[in-house]
Design a protein. Structure first.
Ligand SMILES: Nc1ncnc2c1ncn2[C@@H]1O[C@H](COP(=O)(O)OP(=O)(O)O)[C@@H](O)[C@H]1O
Ligand SMILES: [Mg+2]
Length: 394
């Protein structure tokens, strides 16, 4: 490192890449997230994630998606190379998770070595590519590794090139594992038709593999919740849908909002409903961090409504009962290009969304008027209130 950088000067390309890569690939969890998104974008129905030495040695993601055509492989890990959009305007109608063409390139920039094996339906055999830190192919050979189409990305020694990140990754290995699992849960719940597995190994040499977690293909989201959490929890929940159309300019087709929700039944046991922080919010299948975006208002609205309607007054105001919501709206109704991870979002018309959700809550839990009359006819609070104790809110 130079100690003489007193004058303004342009940073060299590889330095810029290392700095820039930091934005999207901040930790091991981000690597898994990006690779899983690529697998889903490739229409995979099976995604296997393997962590060697908690991901510090390597992260491997294998899918059975459509694979990468041979002529595209030269560019797959080059910065800003994507097959998903052609120009900036396209992000208004993008339905894929990725569109910036920076994940593979950023992963290569921070890892010691990346190997990508891929096969399309047209290929007779898979091809394995060794990619260097600049995203260039340094070696390619046919391998007999894949029965059908798909892609396997092996990221060896993540953050090898960024000692500080590597140290942080070592220190936070335990929470990283939990966070990776949380990320997989988010994507797995939203994709009932995709099988997900998470496997752990102590070392590359060891044959002993430890399947940490599996989400098989399920008929619907609610049964996925039953498998990922517990059948008992799924029993306390119910699916609800609402579709609202909105008037537009006469010559335009009516955009609509479709909310796909899974919410607690009104008489569900609060011990299970309030356990952990199980809030799953998506926009067109993309997991959104509600704390970082306007969607927080939806969560606050739901929290308050559920508390009011069940009389769960002992529950801390900030505690959210189980909530799953996928907001299906035309892609030009919001902007997802807000931050590098795309987990924040801005709606062009948030009030419409809030109104639609309020309507659904009225249908499910009764309106304020209903509750007013209900309260007058019932002297007794709901029976489960007595069962609610502090210890169940952990
Ligand atoms: N698992 C995969 N299956 C098929 N194609 C993939 C896969 N991973 C990456 N690709 C291809 O490589 C390109 C670059 O991926 P990435 O760097 O994540 O950028 P983005 O997803 O934003 O396009 C993608 O546009 C896609 O064409
Ligand atoms: Mg991507």
């Amino acid at each position: 490192m130079s100690h003489h950088a007193r004058h303004i000067h342009a940073l060299d390309k590889s330095t810029i890449r290392s700095l820039h890569s930091g934005q999207v690939i901040v930790d091991l969890v981000a690597i898994v997230k990006e690779l899983v998104e690529n697998a889903l974008d490739a229409r995979a129905t099976a995604i296997d994630v393997k962590l060697v030495d908690r991901g510090l040695n390597s992260i491997q993601v294998k899918d059975n998606g459509h694979g990468i055509p041979e002529q595209d492989c030269l560019y797959m890990a080059k910065p800003h190379c994507t097959s998903k959009i052609a120009s900036f305007q396209d992000i208004d109608c993008v339905t894929s998770y990725g569109f910036r063409g920076e994940a593979l390139s950023a992963i290569c920039a921070v890892a010691n070595h990346v190997q990508i094996t891929t096969r399309t339906a047209n290929d007779s055999i898979a091809k394995q590519y060794d990619v260097d830190t600049k995203g260039s192919i340094v070696n390619a050979k046919p391998v007999n590794l894949m029965a059908g189409s798909g892609t396997l990305v092996v990221v060896e020694s993540p953050f090898y090139n960024i000692p500080v990140r590597r140290q942080v990754a070592q220190k936070t290995a335990l929470s990283t594992l939990k966070n990776i699992q949380d990320v997989l849960v988010k994507y797995a719940l939203a994709h009932p038709a995709v099988r997900f597995t998470l496997m752990q190994a102590q070392s590359t040499a060891g044959t002993k593999k430890n399947t940490q977690w599996i989400k098989p293909i399920t008929t619907d989201i609610l049964s996925g919740i039953g498998i990922v959490f517990s059948p008992a929890l799924a029993d306390l929940l119910q699916s609800h849908d609402i579709t609202e159309s909105f008037e537009q300019m006469p010559d335009q087709s009516e955009p609509s909002i479709h909310l796909q929700c899974i919410l607690p039944k009104i008489d569900a046991d609060p011990t299970s409903i309030y356990r952990g922080d199980r809030v799953f919010i998506y926009v067109n299948g993309r997991p959104i961090n509600y704390l970082k975006s306007e969607l927080k208002d939806l969560v606050v609205m739901f929290r308050k409504r559920y508390r009011d309607v069940t009389g769960a007054v002992d529950v801390p105001v900030k505690k959210t009962p189980f909530m799953y919501m996928d907001i299906h709206v035309p892609t030009d109704e919001y902007d997802v290009n807000v931050e590098p991870s795309k987990s924040a979002i801005m709606f062009h018309n948030k009030q419409r969304l809030l109104n639609t959700f309020e309507k659904l809550l009225d249908d499910v839990y009764g309106s304020a008027m209903d509750r007013f009359f209900h309260a007058r006819t019932l002297d007794q609070p709901p029976t489960y209130v007595g069962r609610l104790t502090k210890s169940c809110l952990g």
